[in-house]
Ligand binder design. Structure first.
Ligand SMILES: Nc1nc2c(c(=O)[nH]1)N[C@H]1C(S)=C(S)[C@@H](COP(=O)(O)OP(=O)(O)OC[C@H]3O[C@@H](n4cnc5c(N)ncnc54)[C@H](O)[C@@H]3O)O[C@H]1N2
Ligand code: MOO
Length: 391
């Protein structure tokens, strides 16, 4: 019998294996389309930030001691002429370029104007931003491998980029196994609806993969399994997710198909409940096969447990960090296995949900993620637990 590997060790093994397959080529992606991608190169600012001294208030940019004669006006977007004489100032708008020669910026509400002469007191902290105070031209702001978020896109635009060099999206394929599956209409008479063909590609897209519609149900024969896996390889997929057939029943053909294709296991069964028969194998061409168990909740456990670190590794990102939550109620352990317990947040605390059988999706559909109860332990209300988000 195969001995299950510990959940944390399985995640690490998969992440490390995927890191050796980071694509070399990068793609130039317009900023507005780059959300969810991964930086292929460090983000280096093209200019000082800010690129010129900038007023942070509406008021006066003045030179020397008050009172100041008004010599002009600088609105945001203008180029400011220098203040060449003490006792002069310009009216300035928030975002306006502070003229060379300025010694103080005074807020409009801290000033008074009489006979064209302005007086006022600057605040203790300067009300203008020095050129380059956020970053100097050429400075690295973000490392290669950083996930591109709306914040990263905004920063890239601020420092002069129109496009970003991004890693190619990992290409994935999904194969659904199981002759009992119906792809339309209500289940009954021994047939169940395929819950995974429509949902696994959606999950993969959110996790940063490019993926076509699932293929299946693939016929429950060894030849059909081998042919479907080979076809996915030929389509250029770097990651093939299969659902079902991970056990050793009469029509479970995944393991024999992997053997026939010369695959090597990275992880073969994991000490986690639910979902322990999950696996990741690597084909001779380097492609990964993630064998997701057929019970639908277990499929999602395998996605968040193994496919998430695998995709992070393939994109050259950091290993996924888990956040923590405070438990709002007791959660049982699962002996020597890690327990991934579906939870929802109530008043900021994680509460276990009902309907969490591994064949069910009712509990999962209303949950934020899985609280992690480590092997040999149990969770108590008030304990802090790691949280694996569902998306
Ligand atoms: N003798 C044993 N049998 C089983 C054990 C065990 O320890 N000893 N473990 C059970 C566990 S745990 C799991 S999980 C499943 C894993 O089985 P497979 O990955 O081989 O999956 P299947 O047998 O193909 O299907 C299991 C179950 O899930 C339903 N299913 C499959 N695909 C879908 C789909 N796309 N949409 C909806 N439902 C699906 C399928 O009809 C079965 O009911 O093995 C247990 N058996
Ligand atoms: O672990 Mo199975 O994956 O319990 O349904």
């Amino acid at each position: 019998m195969t001995i299950p590997i510990a959940w944390t060790a399985a995640r690490e093994a998969v992440f490390t294996a995927a890191q050796s397959r980071i694509p070399k080529a990068s793609e130039s992606v317009p900023l507005a389309e780059a959300d969810g991608r991964t930086l292929a190169e460090p983000l280096v600012t093209l200019t000082d930030l800010p690129a010129f001294p900038t007023s942070s208030v509406d008021g006066w940019a003045a030179r020397g001691p008050a009172p100041w004669r008004i010599a002009g006006r600088v609105l945001a977007g203008d180029t400011a002429a220098p203040l060449t004489e003490d006792g002069t100032c310009v009216e300035i708008a928030t975002g306006g370029m502070v003229p060379a020669g300025t010694t103080v910026v005074v807020r409009i509400e801290d000033s008074s104007t009489t006979d064209g002469l302005v007086s006022g007191e600057p605040r203790k902290l300067p009300d203008w931003r020095r050129q380059g105070e956020e970053a100097a031209a050429g400075e690295e702001l973000l490392a290669a491998g950083t996930p591109v978020t709306p914040g990263v896109i905004g920063l890239a635009a601020s420092c002069g980029y129109d496009t970003l060099a991004c890693r190619a999206l990992p290409k994935a394929a999904v194969l659904v196994f199981g002759d009992e599956l119906l792809t339309a209409g209500p289940p009954g008479q021994g047939r169940v609806r395929d819950a995974l063909g429509p949902s696994v590609p959606s999950w993969l897209r959110r996790a940063g993969a490019s993926v076509a519609a699932a293929r299946g149900p693939v016929a429950d024969t060894l030849d059909a399994h081998v042919a479907a896996l080979q076809e996915a390889v030929d389509s250029g997929a770097q990651l093939i997710c299969t659902t079902g057939g991970t056990m050793h029943g009469p029509v479970d053909h995944l393991h024999p198909a992997l053997a026939e294709l010369g695959a090597r296991y990275v992880v073969n069964t994991v000490a986690v409940r639910p979902g322990f028969p999950m696996l990741v194998a690597q084909l001779p061409g380097g492609q990964f096969v993630a064998g997701l168990p057929g019970n639908p909740q277990s499929t999602f456990v395998a996605l968040v447990s193994l496919v998430l670190p695998l995709l992070a590794g393939l994109a050259g990102r950091q290993r996924p960090e888990l956040s923590t939550v405070t438990l709002g109620a007791d959660v049982p352990g699962r002996g020597d296995f890690t327990h991934l317990a579906l939870v929802t947040l109530v008043g900021g605390r994680a509460h276990p949900v009902g309907h969490v059988g591994s064949a069910m999706l009712r509990g999962l559909a209303g949950s934020v993620g899985f609280a992690v109860i480590p092997p040999g332990g149990e969770g108590h209300a008030g304990d802090v637990a790691q949280l694996v988000p569902l998306s």
